[in-house]
Ligand binder design. Structure first.
Ligand SMILES: *[C@@H]1O[C@H](CO)[C@@H](O)[C@H](O)[C@H]1NC(C)=O
Ligand SMILES: *[C@@H]1O[C@H](CO)[C@@H](O)[C@H](O)[C@H]1NC(C)=O
Ligand SMILES: *[C@@H]1O[C@H](CO)[C@@H](O)[C@H](O)[C@H]1NC(C)=O
Ligand SMILES: *[C@@H]1O[C@H](CO)[C@@H](O)[C@H](O)[C@H]1NC(C)=O
Length: 467
């Protein structure tokens, strides 16, 4: 009861703040088109950098939080460690939680015809900290608010455990850069399961109205060895059982990240009829991290996306399969966004990232990222539009997509919101933004294909018809 009261107070406070946000939508009756697994493609967006992720975990989405900090503040762990030495430990992060994602943003997401948001949350926001873990705690209440808002708009939510104890991948987005200790002991596994249990018990309560349909057990785990892969598989099985045991009023779909192993490695894992409602999440994310794809031209890249169709469609026969973190910027073969490769690190694209194999064609990052798409060439913008169309078309041949990410502070090339605003024209025209004409064109891309794709896809997959 107490948190409900706080929730109300916070909701009102946030609603007031949100009037400053420009609106893409044109009328007051916003409702997302709805989504159910197996009933048509997921069309989603990540709300990366959202309060629930603390977002501080990714310097490139909100560099402003990092610029005035010492060099060693590179992720959410070190951010917490640093802020705990300050007198005003929570001022900045609270401000961020209160302002980065507001109700209007979710309205915009619903208004462009998307049906799902994927929300990132770290374990530190859910279970007690131990052994002096320095994370700042408090995002969980904002997650509850976000889900409540999504419910109002009929947006469905996929919760994504984005950081687990010790780090599952060593990326800054796990909260802790440079180590992968998650795989090293079962205390970490048990704590991750505890977090899943709490999440599931909370969000399957009837008061949330089946808004959270999916829980992804861990984001981008990166097992290097067979032992680590077995650790992950064990976690997936125990995580599934934990979620099933904690379900309240509804059955949650359990999503498994393919762990950089390729979808085919999971085709026989946790299938019907022993397991139910298991989905696979894959990402072409590594595209920006290798010099092979970075060296492709635009046409080659679009062809490469098309070539993925058989691969994801095959996986979709066994488990619902979505492409959970794809982008336009990586599609455009750049890794230019400021600090994308980590705080103070440069880019392969223009040869400023040290100790990397040289790429075949270096380019100019200034004309490929930043907050002002009017500085970009029309070829590049045209390509971003085609990359959007091509990827969504291909991914909808399986169970759909979740783009990364809705908005960024500076890197417009990664922002779906900016893509909608600027469309293919690249005009930095604020009236265009407000009139929503660009979002109308995105809306036709996302919504216009509903009939086409639903006819091509069997209404139920083979595995669904089994008892
Ligand atoms: C915290 O506040 C005290 C008392 O006002 C002050 O002496 C100290 O310098 C402050 N510390 C930091 C890190 O700002
Ligand atoms: C497990 O790993 C964590 C690091 O993630 C470490 O802090 C902890 O001490 C380890 N626990 C055991 C029992 O080894
Ligand atoms: C990628 O790097 C490897 C190793 O340095 C090099 O052999 C290869 O030619 C590079 N490929 C491209 C396309 O740049
Ligand atoms: C789908 O088809 C129906 C019947 O043909 C039509 O009424 C509806 O407008 C179409 N929906 C979309 C989104 O095109």
């Amino acid at each position: 009861m107490l948190w409900r009261l706080n929730l109300l107070v916070l909701t009102h406070a946030l609603a007031r703040l949100s009037h400053a946000t420009p609106r893409l939508r044109q009328n007051d009756q916003v409702e997302a088109p709805g989504f159910t697994w197996g009933g048509g493609p997921m069309r989603g967006v990540n709300i990366g950098g959202c309060p629930c992720q603390l977002l501080t975990v990714q310097p490139w989405i909100t560099p402003s939080i990092f610029t005035d900090k010492p060099d060693w503040v590179v992720d959410e762990w070190t951010y917490g460690a640093y802020m705990r030495t300050r007198n005003d430990t929570y001022g900045e992060i609270s401000q961020h939680w209160n302002t980065w994602f507001q109700y209007d943003e979710l309205e915009n997401i619903a208004a462009v015809g998307l049906n799902t948001i994927r929300i990132q949350i770290g374990y530190w926001s859910i279970i007690p900290l131990v052994n002096g873990e320095p994370y700042l705690v408090g995002a969980y209440d904002y997650l509850k608010i976000a889900v409540t808002w999504a419910r109002t708009l009929n947006l469905k939510v996929m919760l994504d455990l984005h950081g687990v104890p010790g780090s599952q991948n060593g990326f800054d987005n796990s909260g802790l850069r440079g180590t992968r200790q998650w795989f090293s002991n079962y205390t970490n596994l048990q704590r991750s399961l505890n977090a899943l249990q709490i999440l599931t018990e909370e969000f399957t309560q009837s008061s949330y109205g089946n808004t959270v349909q999916t829980i992804e057990l861990v984001n981008e785990p990166f097992p290097y060895t067979d032992d680590e892969l077995n650790f992950l598989k064990n976690y997936y099985i125990q995580g599934y059982n934990t979620v099933r045991g904690a379900n309240q009023q509804q059955q949650i779909v359990v999503a498994l990240d393919d762990g950089f192993r390729g979808l085919q490695s999971w085709s026989g894992f946790m299938t019907e009829t022993q397991y139910h409602d298991v989905a696979l999440d894959t990402g072409p994310a590594d595209i920006r991290f290798n010099n092979y794809t970075l060296a492709m031209g635009y046409t080659e890249l679009l062809e490469w996306f098309c070539s993925q169709e058989d691969y994801i469609v095959a996986a979709n026969q066994k488990h619902w399969t979505i492409v959970g973190e794809w982008t336009l910027a990586a599609a455009a073969n750049t890794d230019c966004a400021k600090w994308l490769n980590g705080r103070d690190k440069g880019a392969r694209y223009d040869g400023t990232l040290p100790d990397q194999p040289k790429i075949r064609f270096t380019g100019d990052c200034v004309t490929h990222t930043g907050s002002d798409p009017s500085k970009w060439s029309s070829d590049y913008i045209e390509f971003l539009g085609r990359a959007f169309e091509t990827q969504t078309y291909v991914y909808e041949k399986a169970s759909g997509y979740i783009m990364w990410t809705w908005k960024t502070e500076q890197a417009a090339d990664w922002s779906m919101q900016a893509g909608i605003t600027y469309g293919k024209s690249g005009k930095a025209d604020s009236t265009d933004y407000q009139a929503g004409s660009r979002y109308q064109s995105l809306r036709s891309l996302t919504v216009g294909r509903v009939n086409e794709t639903s006819q091509e896809r069997p209404q139920t997959r083979e595995m669904r018809s089994e008892p």
